[in-house]
Structures are given as C-alpha cells and as structure tokens.
Ligand binder design. Structure first.
Ligand SMILES: [Mn+2]
Length: 630
C-alpha cells in the first residue's frame, strides 16, 4: 500500500470508529506545533482526516504534513490504543508505509512488547470502581474489613485496591488551558518519587498516571526511591513490575530510613533529565499536567513550578479539583497553609486565571525544577531530618535568592490528603519538625524568626545543629533579606512586615492578658491570667492597626461585641483598631467603642463598651522582642 492508501485506510477506520466509539472530533492534545498523545486521532468536522497521533510520540506541525514522526521512540507509524472508559477498547496498529521513517523498522518488536499495566485496562469495565474520578463506596458487609485496612496507610486501602491502576480522571482544567500551545523542544524531565511502605495500588497508580498522561518524548525516566520500606511487595515484585513498563523506571533503595529530604537528594543525584519533577507516592497526574510545567522552566530556568494539587479523598478516592484561587503561605508556627490568592496577584495577571500564580511558598510534595538551578541554589538543607520545614526552606531560598516560585494553574495533579500520618520516626515527629523549622528560621528569616519563637515557646531549646554551610550559601548567592520577601513577595503575609508590638496585651486594671485559648477561627478571643510564656498570649499590634494572633485578627461586627478571632482580611473594616499609647486605649474604629476587661456575664472573654477612660479600658502592649519602628 502507498502512504496515500494507508492514510485512506486509516481515515476509513477513523470514520467508522468515531461513529462507533465516540472518538473525539475536537482538537487533539496540542503542544505548540506538535500533535501529541492521548487523543490519538482527530477528525475535522467535515470528517476529513486531519492528523493522528501515536501514543508516546509526537508529530510536529511541519512534519505532520509530510507524515514524518518526531521523537525518538521507535514506534509503529500508527497505533491506536483507546483505553478511555467511556468507549470500548480499540486497538489499531499499522506498520511501515512511511517512506523515510526508519523508526518503523522496529515496529514488530514494539507490537509484540505489549503494554503492561494496560492489560487490566483492556478488560476494565467503563463503569468500574473509581472510573472518571468517581468515589468508591464500600458495601456494608465490608465496612469492618475496610476500617482495619484503613489503618495500614491512613487511607481507604480497600477502595484504592478496587480502582484500576490506570483509571480515567476528569479533565478539570480551566477551558482556557485546554487549547494552550507550548513550545517545541521542552526540556525532558525525570520524575522522582520517594516512598516508604506505600501501598502497591497508590504507588503504581502514581507511576501509571505519569506514563499515561505525559508525552514520552518529555519523560526521561521515573526514579522510585525506597526509603527503607519493610513490605515485601515493594522489593523484587516492584522491580519486576516496573521493568515491563514502556518508560524506564529506576528503583533505588536507601540503606536505612533517611527521610524525604535525603531520599529526594539521592533520587535527584541518580536521575538524568534536565528537569527534576518530584511527586509524592500517592498522586494521579491528569491530562496535560506536564507540558505547562516544563514550558515555564524552558522560559526561565530559575522558575520553580508546582501544579495545582487536586484532592483525592482518603475515604473514597474521589477526585476533586483543587482551586486556582488559593496559594501557599505559612503561619507564625511555620505551618504551611493555603490562603486566598490576593487581588494584587489577580491584577498582575490581568484576571487571566490560566496564567501561573506567583506563590510565596510551596506545599512541597509536588514540583518541577531545572536540574542545574536545583544545584545552583543548594538543593535541600541536608542538615534537616526526615520531613517538615523543607518546603518553606526551599520556598524562601528560591525567592530570596533571585528565583520565582509559581503554581501553574493549567497543570493538575491529584494527591491523597491524609488526616493522620502513618509514619513513625525515632524520637517522634514533633522534635524533628521543630529542629528543621529552627534551621529554616535561623538561616532565612532574620529578625522575623521571633514570631515563630514567641508563639512556640520551648522551641528555642531544640538543638538545630550546624548551619554555617547554609548561611554560607545565603551569602554566596547574595540572597535578599526576609523583609524584602515580606514586602515584595508576600505583603499579605501572616507575619506583618511592620508592627508596633509583638507580645502580650495586658489589662491595666485586672492585670489579665488577651489569650487565644488555643481556640480556632470564628471563636471568641479569651482573657486569662498573664503567664509571660508567649504561646497563646502572643499578639501583634501591626502597622495596619490589626490585633493579630498568628493568622487570626480580632474582629468586632456589632455594638458591644463579642470580640471574635477571624482570618485576617487586610481590608481594615471590622479588624481596624486604634491604639493610643498615651491613653492606652484600644478603640475599635468602626464601632467607636473601646476594648474592655471581661464582663460580669463571662469572665473568660474581653468585652467592647462605649469608651469611658477607666482603667479597665487601658491596655499595655508589651514587646517581648525589639519592635520594628514604623
Ligand atoms: Mn502525601
């Protein structure tokens, strides 16, 4: 058959199949001037053959016209493996026919090699458990067993095991993301996944989702780093399984339990891709997740990029789209937290939500970074143990040392969020995280480390080891101060850039102190005997005239109170307080009332009353550290 004949033949099949199987007639997965992967076939609205795409390879636009292949994979010149659940499985394979494509010589091998992991798919019912990202419901009679299994990994292992390793997922991207064009010759990435006693199903679902939803031309390899797991199936069976996959998968093992940080460093060191993509071991990548990440790094290798992290329910494995309207921050205790993307960042992007969001911090589990840049900025702090704090450390370092950290809103990767950690560490997780956080505070946060120290009394007693190599790094790279970061990267930070006081707020008459009583958002602020130990009695009166404790602000929304603790909104309003350092009054501006001692009805909370200039309305704002004058 001539090429023309074969094309004609394909076209006839396409027409049949698109009727029969519902193969999409919309535009194929596009990279700029490349037609890659996944959609496999595209037919114009008039039914004319337009292009077709081979799994694992791309047709560049110029070449497409000549029917050549790009990409290095030795592949049949056409090959259709349709494993979408909503359609029956279609396998079409054709060899030869391309006059100049030497790749086709290996066609036969390729055909025989089979596609492991897809064997399941071939028999997978389209409405199988969890397909399309749907929740899995465990029948009543298995509930007891389910609860037992839950304890093993702290997620619903029974549900996970019912779901195909290559289940389908919804395309949760913004519409504007679906037709974006990306440059040719994006850098190739290694995907590094660290695991410790991970479940087979979640680990392999991570691997399959990477393989199935990444252009293989962009995928150098997958590196699985075993942090001294104890489960047998993660030994030889894992090695045997991944050998059959159509992307090179390396398995490396730590000799002893080393923690995420050192295991990632090991994985990075043996990987070879120009970009390193770190993923958690219980993720699922969605269509088009990789190209937008790599495209940003190609534009500027000092840009470190994270996908939107979608939520895979730990109970049902339902796939739920994450928001493009939140970004990474942190509180005074140096816990990573999601906060709303502020208006200034929306404005900078002119309201285009498909453009990457500059984020002050990363969650840490999932990101891509240029290999050379990763080295240049000092990889990870190898003095940190196991886990915790490393995500803020690398975030501060990237920003302060001249890089950019972004959430690429067109890239979605799901992650199983757990309510509890299944891992144990010698010495307990608390002390490890305190040590890591101290290193981070000491190296990067300058005087703002006091917010952390004051709200976490006792942490200053934790030994943090030697940090000279990290402070040396900061000097060598001529990194900017933390105040620059707060001002330019994170002006809506929970740590105020300028503040009047940081310490207790003491009532002159009763000598009691404001106390957040470890209460949460939307609860009343308390008042209690002063203990001088920081912690729950630490408040900052900021230059913006807020009274803050961590990321909560004192807020009054009606006359005579109560005084609530709400998320600081930076919009003044009900969170605006005027402190008079002479009269010692704290006037709530909107109500024009004064903060007062506890009322008779409730001795545990302060009140707001009309200002009377009595001693019960006088407050001393004490500084436990040197204040920054504003
Ligand atoms: Mn995780």
């Amino acid at each position: 058959m001539t090429v023309k004949d074969e094309l004609q033949f394909v076209l006839s099949q396409v027409d049949n199949l698109s009727g029969l199987c519902g193969i999409t007639r919309s535009a194929p997965q596009q990279s700029q001037r490349q037609w890659c992967l996944d959609s496999i076939l595209s037919v114009t609205s008039t039914g004319k053959f337009k292009s077709f795409v081979i799994p694992g390879a791309c047709l560049s636009d110029e070449r497409r016209k000549k029917w050549h292949l790009c990409g290095s994979a030795p592949l049949c010149w056409w090959s259709i493996l349709h494993i979408r659940p909503e359609t029956p499985i279609v396998t079409l394979r054709g060899c030869g026919g391309l006059p100049t494509a030497s790749e086709c010589n290996k066609c036969e091998d390729k055909r025989e090699r089979g596609l492991p992991g897809r064997e399941n798919a071939l028999t997978r019912p389209r409405d199988g458990p969890g397909e399309g990202g749907k929740p899995v419901v465990i029948p009543k009679e298995n509930q007891e067993k389910m609860k037992e299994m839950f304890k093993i990994n702290q997620f619903n292992l029974m549900a996970s095991e019912m779901i195909a390793l290559n289940r389908s997922l919804p395309d949760v991207r913004l519409e504007g993301c679906k037709n974006k064009l990306y440059p040719d010759n994006l850098p190739r990435t290694s995907v590094v996944i660290v695991f410790h006693n991970e479940a087979w199903s979640t680990l392999l679902r991570t691997v399959h989702s990477v393989i199935d939803r990444s252009p293989h031309t962009l995928l150098e390899e997958i590196v699985l780093v075993d942090d001294a797991s104890e489960r047998d199936f993660l030994k030889r069976p894992l090695e045997q399984y991944v050998r059959r996959l159509e992307v090179p998968v390396k398995v490396v093992r730590m000799d002893q339990r080393s923690g995420l940080i050192r295991a990632r460093l090991k994985g990075a060191s043996i990987s070879t891709g120009q970009v390193i993509t770190f993923l958690d071991a219980h993720c699922e990548c969605t269509t088009g997740w990789l190209e937008p990440l790599l495209a940003r790094i190609k534009q500027d290798k000092r840009t470190v990029v994270c996908p939107i992290i979608d939520v895979i329910s730990d109970d049902t494995f339902e796939y739920m789209a994450g928001s493009d309207m939140t970004y990474g921050g942190f509180n005074w205790k140096l816990n990573f937290r999601w906060y709303p993307v502020p208006q200034r960042e929306m404005d900078r992007r002119k309201g285009d939500r498909t453009l990457p969001v500059r984020t002050p911090t990363m969650a840490g589990g999932l990101f891509s970074i240029d290999r050379d840049y990763f080295q240049e900025i000092g990889t990870y702090d190898a003095g940190m143990d196991i886990w915790g704090g490393e995500n803020l450390e690398i975030s501060f370092r990237i920003w302060q040392c001249g890089g950019t950290l972004e959430i690429v809103t067109c890239s979605h990767v799901g992650h199983v969020f757990r309510k509890a950690t299944p891992y144990t560490f010698p010495g307990g997780t608390g002390q490890i995280i305190n040590k890591n956080n101290r290193r981070l505070a000491e190296v990067w946060m300058d005087e703002f480390k006091n917010f952390f120290y004051i709200i976490s009394p006792g942490v200053t007693k934790v030994d943090y080891g030697d940090i000279t190599s990290r402070t040396g790094l900061r000097q060598k790279l001529q990194c900017k101060p933390f105040s620059w970061y707060l001002e330019n990267v994170y002006p809506d930070s929970q740590i105020p850039r300028h503040y009047y006081s940081l310490g207790e707020i003491r009532n002159v008459e009763t000598n009691q102190c404001l106390d957040n009583m470890a209460r949460k958002e939307n609860e009343k602020v308390g008042i209690f005997n002063c203990h001088g130990m920081g912690g729950n009695q630490v408040f900052s009166y900021t230059a913006n005239k807020e009274i803050r404790t961590d990321d909560l602000c004192l807020d009054v929304s009606k006359l005579n109170g109560p005084v609530m603790m709400l998320k600081c909104h930076h919009l003044k309003g009900n969170q605006l307080w005027d402190y008079d350092p002479v009269k010692l009054t704290l006037v709530h501006v909107n109500s024009n009332q004064c903060l007062d001692k506890a009322s008779e009805e409730d001795s545990q909370v302060p009140s707001v009353r009309d200002c009377t200039h009595t001693r019960s309305q006088q407050w001393l704002l004490r500084n436990v550290t040197l204040p920054e004058v504003f």
